[in-house]
Write a protein that binds this ligand. Structure first.
Ligand code: UDP
Length: 453
């Protein structure tokens, strides 16, 4: 749609792949509804403007040096970004506001990542309405709202020996599913969570990449507890059909032609997202489990996700034989396209929220191996609430891996899981169609933004 509505939206994504993707998808959705889009971004992990020719881009000088930019302590890095971006962000927004009235399309609203807590204060000072994009699901956000209670009960900050204990206050969660405070400085993480909830409460509304049929009870709880409008418009990657990618790494498309050669629903796709890292021993066990499963596999091994870059050479010959045809390794895949490929039968995932939603929308059952943050909650919902996947029980051990892959992909005992995944996929499709829940939420979001004047 090329008809513009003379309203500009400023988007400010957190510079992580799992946050950039849903923000740029949202931009494409709202562009299609007539809004002009400006993306403010950090210099650190800047998106590629050439993939989004209809958007304007402006960079914020985050001032991160090389060692800061390679920090593995994610909460620490987010906290640093908040501190460093506050002034340059305010200056940039102020400048954009001062240009209004001339040639510039007037700013209707700011939509920032909810982990950029400072933006609400800036927006208030500059008299711009602020919406938040929360890039996780409703359930994990709700867990964060009851974090003080969970802390009081002693479930967090450490899981320890209580990992397998049920959380009475939040079935079917187990203590080990609760996002742990895994920062080097626990108070940093606590402050981030406090700021997140405060920012959401002070915002004009929250956009979520989920859908009512998937998370209705948790959306209802959030609406009650946080008293702001929620707009579950997902699965957002399905409503902006475009080939443009917001990947920060180059996608290896050779895996698509490899998938074309594989039998229908035979392949286990393995990827643990953009942040999770593995030890050499873990990677070797995954490789041996994949070999032992005797199923075709497509495995993403991201640069930097393994501590020893020479790990491939250390693999035994039977694994390398599997690579002669039955297996393929890439550094980064066009994941959405992979999951939609008819040869893919299951997804071994860390259950980042984007990966979880992408898998659900293609009806691909999951083998869950959550690593940190909201992933434990997402994985518990996959296995125990929606029942479209299984946890990798018994640890990262080759026999367990092979057994779990066969269960989710081919064995009779996984048939119900595969069926339920297809039913859930249908729900995801229906919600996006005219009159569906996400369609209506998007209409409501557009009206909400336009009523801001
Ligand atoms: N992704 C991709 N290619 C890959 C692996 C991941 O395009 O090889 C994308 C995936 O489709 C998803 C995002 O990267 O949109 C990862 O986000 P997620 O929330 O799943 O996990 P995170 O990286 O934040 O842990």
């Amino acid at each position: 749609m090329n008809q513009r509505n003379n309203h500009r939206l400023i988007l400010f994504p957190l510079p992580f792949q799992g946050h950039i993707n849903p923000m740029l998808q949202l931009g494409r959705i709202l562009y299609a509804r007539g809004f002009s889009i400006t993306v403010l971004h950090t210099n650190f992990r800047a998106p590629d403007p050439s993939s989004h020719p209809h958007f304007a881009f402006r960079s914020i000088a985050d001032g991160l040096d090389q060692s800061e930019a390679s920090m593995s302590d994610i909460p620490g890095l987010i906290s640093l970004l908040n501190a460093r971006c506050a002034s340059p962000f305010e200056e940039c927004l102020q400048e954009m506001m001062s240009l209004q009235g001339g040639e510039e399309v007037p700013v209707a609203c700011l939509i920032s990542d909810s982990l950029f807590g400072f933006t609400c204060g800036v927006a208030e000072r500059l008299k711009v309405r602020a919406l938040m994009l929360r890039t996780s699901g409703a359930a994990s956000l709700y867990v964060y709202t009851i974090y003080p209670v969970l802390k009081e009960k002693g479930y967090v900050p450490t899981h320890g020996s209580r990992s397998e204990e049920a959380v009475k206050e939040f079935p079917p969660l187990l203590v080990g599913d609760i996002p742990a405070i895994d920062s080097k400085e626990p108070e940093v993480m606590s402050r981030l969570l406090d700021d997140l909830i405060k920012a959401i409460k002070n915002s004009c509304g929250v956009i979520l990449n989920t859908f009512e049929e998937l998370e209705h009870p948790d959306l209802t709880s959030l609406r009650e507890v946080l008293s702001v409008p929620f707009f579950p418009i997902g699965p957002s990657h399905k409503c902006c059909m475009t080939s443009s990618s917001s990947s920060l790494l180059a996608e290896d498309r050779s895996c698509i032609s490899w998938l074309d050669e594989q039998p229908l629903k035979s392949v286990i796709y393995v990827s643990f997202g953009s942040l999770a890292a593995m030890s050499e021993a873990e990677i070797l066990e995954i490789a041996l489990g994949l070999a032992e499963s005797e199923q075709p596999f497509l495995w993403v091994v991201r640069p930097g996700s393994v501590h020893n870059p020479e790990w491939l050479e250390k693999l035994p010959s039977r694994f390398l034989e599997a690579l002669e045809g039955r297996g393929k390794i890439v550094k980064w895949a066009p994941q959405v396209e992979v999951l939609a490929h008819p040869a893919v039968g299951a997804f071994w995932t860390h259950n980042g929220w984007n990966s979880t939603v992408e898998s659900i929308s293609e009806g691909v059952p999951m083998l869950c191996m959550p690593c940190f943050a909201d992933q434990g909650v997402n994985a518990r919902y996959v296995s125990d609430v929606w029942r479209v996947g299984v946890h990798l029980n018994g640890g990262l051990e080759r026999e367990n891996i092979a057994r779990a892959i066969k269960r989710v992909l081919v064995d009779r005992e996984g048939e119900d899981i595969r069926q339920r995944a297809l039913v859930l996929k249908e729900k995801a499709i229906v919600c996006l169609g005219q009159g569906g829940s996400s369609y209506q939420a998007l209409d409501a979001l557009v009206s909400h933004i336009l009523s801001c004047e």
